[in-house]
Design a binder for this molecule. Structure first.
Ligand code: PMP
Ligand code: GLU
Length: 396
């Protein structure tokens, strides 16, 4: 008999759709991929050069399991500059991507049966990671009129004596919601009152639009900072998805636990990638703004077109690089005499008949939706949306 925990876990739908799209493309099919959220830009040159230098200098050996001292110093500096948050290097753990950081956190915090509150819609990996680590995901509903953000009064309905943590993801994947200071303060108050942790996934922090600012819940005060684990990484900000560097900032005790776990599971993240991350976080930041502007242009174009299409509605994402589109109106309609049953079916039809890859909403806790990543060229977005439009015209 296999592990009960492993059997409960379903594969990541974002990763599998992306793999399928890439496979079809390698077979010569003209696939347009709105699947995985992965910047289409090259990693900026100065970052790649830092990796080359690291290789040439023979920086190819084990580093301390939780990351090099220089990288931790730069991460501390970043928190101070961006959020006036003071951390010491021993509070930082560098891992193989934010996904790895998250799983380290759950391993460090959860006991069997501990509950973790996850607002809907959520990034696909949170519930699975909680389950792998013996926890129970508790899904909290959010409302359209609240911009799909969790309110303090709603959160309270889900708190029990077994509540161990709340996962916050701002800017959010898939919804693009960005929490403001007041909204975060309500959630922090509940965390302090009922004594649970906040896991704040801030990987999209630099991708916010329309003059909004990203605010880190940890910067609301010393008390909430102690109860918060901030998760970040270089994948999204610096177009470094393949390099696999993520990091956390937390209370020293939690960092020590995660560092110990990591020392027995993966050891250090790739030494060369750590040097590249050092150049990314410590070097010039104008490349980030160039990419952000491109994402914004794409968001505006895609959103306007989607909202002009029949049967679809989408609220304006405030950050990240996804459109989360309500497709319920397409259900029960016919495509070539086949009735569209749900968003899984819709996504399958689009892939098969229009060579368009997008992610159905079920894995995000919102089966009436599909997610489109606009981290691809404007030309691809235009062609992909033309296909979507043609498909919708065929529905009866
Ligand atoms: N958190 C969120 C919300 C994400 O969308 C992703 C996607 N990659 C991650 C964490 C993990 O990022 P990575 O492991 O590439 O750093
Ligand atoms: N986070 C991205 C996404 O949601 C990349 C794939 C993944 O890590 O799940 O598509």
């Amino acid at each position: 008999m296999f592990s009960r925990k492993a059997l409960q876990v379903s594969p990541s739908p974002t990763m599998s759709i992306d793999a399928r799209a890439k496979q079809l493309r390698s077979e010569g099919q003209d696939i347009i991929g709105f699947g995985a959220g992965e910047p289409d830009f090259d990693t900026p040159l100065h970052i790649r050069e830092a990796a080359v230098t690291a290789l040439e200098q023979g920086f190819t050996r084990y580093t301390p399991a939780s990351g090099t001292p220089e990288l931790k110093e730069i991460i501390c500096k970043k928190f101070l500059q961006d959020h006036a948050l003071q951390y010491k290097p021993q509070q930082i753990v560098v891992s193989n991507g934010a996904k790895h950081s998250l799983t380290n956190i759950f391993t460090a915090l959860l006991n069997e049966g501990d509950e973790v509150i996850i607002p809907i819609p959520y990034w696909v990996s949170y519930p699975e990671q909680v389950k792998i680590n013996g926890g129970l995901p508790v899904f909290a509903t959010t409302k359209k009129e609240h911009g799909y953000k969790l309110r303090g009064e709603t959160l309270k309905k889900y708190i029990t004596p077994r509540t161990k943590a709340l996962i916050l993801n701002s800017p959010g994947n898939p919804g693009g919601q960005v929490y403001n200071r007041a909204e975060l303060a309500e959630l922090a108050e509940a965390a302090l009152k009922y004594n649970f942790y906040i896991i704040s996934d801030e990987v999209y922090e630099k991708l916010v639009y329309d003059g909004r600012e990203h605010f880190s819940i940890a910067s609301l005060g010393d008390e909430i900072k102690k109860q918060t684990v901030v998760v970040n990484g270089v994948s999204k900000t610096y177009a470094m998805t393949g390099w696999r560097i993520g990091y956390t900032a937390s209370a020293t005790e939690i960092a020590a636990l995660m560092s110990g776990i990591q020392s027995h599971t993966t050891s250090n993240p790739n030494s060369i990638a750590q040097r590249a991350a050092l150049a990314a976080l410590g070097g010039p930041q104008d490349c980030v703004e160039v990419m952000r502007r491109s994402f914004l242009e794409r968001r505006d174009y895609a959103l306007e077109r989607i909202n002009k299409m029949p049967l679809l509605t989408c609220t304006e994402p405030q950050g990240a690089f996804y459109l989360f589109v309500n497709v319920e109106e397409t259900f029960s309609r016919k495509f070539k005499n086949v009735t569209v049953t749900d968003s899984d079916h819709l996504a399958a039809l689009l892939l098969e008949h229009y060579l368009l890859a997008l992610v159905p909403g079920k894995g995000f806790g919102a089966p009436g939706f599909v997610r489109l990543s606009y981290a691809t060229s404007l030309e691809n977005i235009r062609r992909g949306l033309d296909r979507l439009e043609s498909f919708l015209k065929e529905l009866q």
